[in-house]
Design a binder for this molecule. Sequence first.
Ligand code: SAM
Length: 232
Amino acid sequence: MRWKATVLTLFPEMYPGPLGLSLAGKALAEGAWELETIDIRDFAQDKHRSVDDTPAGGGPGMVMRADIGAAAIDAARKNAPAGTATIYLSPRGTPLTQAGVEMLAHGPGVILLCGRFEGIDQRVLDAREIEEVSIGDYVLSGGDLAAHVVMDACVRLLPGVVGNAGTHDEESFASGLLEYPHYTRPREFEGHIIPEVLLSGDHEKIAQWRREQAEALTRTRRPDLWEKWNRR
Ligand code: SAM
């Protein structure tokens, strides 16, 4: 069964967008994964196809309606493989991590609900038991770019999508450390030369150097990850 992403959006024309290019695009064209978009406006009940209304209690902006959101989610769930996770992209959500991405990529797929305006009526999240996931501590104008991020991170982990699966093992976050720096030809660039050890052909020394670099980078740039690494 192929991995399936279903996106609930007010802007279906944003898909596949960048996911139609490069590795994800090739995998999509070859059927390694499937993308379905559902236009939330198709579930609107008035002739203007409106999906939002003013916030209860007053205040700025508009709120996506629970009844319309629920109808869209129910339609998506009908066509999704059993066990598919449903996620509402939200700055209030649990931060997306590589471990979370791996869990999603190993499952049958994901339903991604993209918010707009001030977000969606809380009751639909409660009634449909929807997990909220954030892609970072900043506010986007809509959930669509976040949905692209989630899909991109998942699709590249699907079998056969990235040529050399070993690539993933040493990547930042997979091991718990940030990845070591990379170099390629030319040997010298504007007076900077490739570290000698990488040209030595001594695989043990190269592995040790990369490990030291990964540790040093993690310690200085991400003390939070470094602390976790030392507690493991
Ligand atoms: N009023 C909301 C708040 O302060 O938490 C922000 C709403 S934002 C303008 C509109 C939509 O963008 C959200 O419903 C959500 O779907 C999406 N969004 C914004 N920032 C996001 C983030 N960091 N991660 C995931 N989705 C985000």
